[in-house]
Write a protein that binds this ligand. Sequence first.
Ligand code: AMP
Ligand code: ZN
Length: 113
Amino acid sequence: MTDCIFCKIAAGEIPSDKIYEDDKVVAFRDIHPQAPVHFLVVPKEHIKSAADITPVNSDIVAHCFEVIAKLAVQKKLENGFRVINNCGENAGQTVPHIHFHVLAGKPLGETLV
Ligand code: AMP
Ligand code: ZN
């Protein structure tokens, strides 16, 4: 997608604070962190949201979670972390390219799951 900010970050066309990259996924620090550790795991393929996951593209979700587990070890998140996906308007999705927030570094509270 030519007009998508996360496609552009994935392609290296606009800068990001990248912490991981492979052929399918990129991870970078959120520009407005909501916890001491807050990064996004983003497939390079443009998929609009979790509502657009199908049997054809669902392998990318498994891969995202493999990357999250790897980064959790690397970032020493042994006290735990939260993975969040906002899907659609009511959930507050502001970037229409699927991504997983990973938050950690402090107790995150018991509200909102
Ligand atoms: P969401 O509201 O779930 O769609 O999350 C989008 C997230 O992307 C927000 O937490 C933003 O702070 C973050 N974000 C937007 N633009 C950038 C950027 N250029 N670099 C890093 N994070 C960004
Ligand atoms: Zn995109």
